[in-house]
Design a protein. Structure first.
Length: 95
């Protein structure tokens, strides 16, 4: 038996997004660190939508500073085994 309570569905979605962000950071730009914060999660049946603020830090770890920041929407789907996968990242809507 685990010492931790089971994750809620919202926590599972956030964890899947965190893993996707970490994997992107490992492959895209080795000189920067991507952070996703203030995530709002909407879950409908087998899909989820996460609206968050994406910050990219440069100069990490010696001289950290924000290189860019934007609002993004990530879309996730639930697989047959119950795991969540990010299928699309949409840039912020412009009006």
């Amino acid at each position: 038996m685990s010492a931790f309570p089971p994750l809620s569905e919202v926590d599972e979605v956030r964890l899947a997004l965190y893993r996707a962000v970490r994997e992107r950071g490992d492959t895209e730009e080795s000189n920067a660190l991507e952070l996703t914060t203030n995530a709002e999660v909407e879950i409908t049946e087998g899909s989820a939508r996460v609206t968050s603020i994406r910050l990219v830090l440069g100069g990490v770890p010696r001289d950290p500073h924000i290189v860019s920041g934007e609002r993004v929407v990530d879309e996730l789907v639930r697989a047959a085994d119950g795991s969540w996968t990010v299928v699309r990242r949409n840039p912020p809507a412009t009006s």
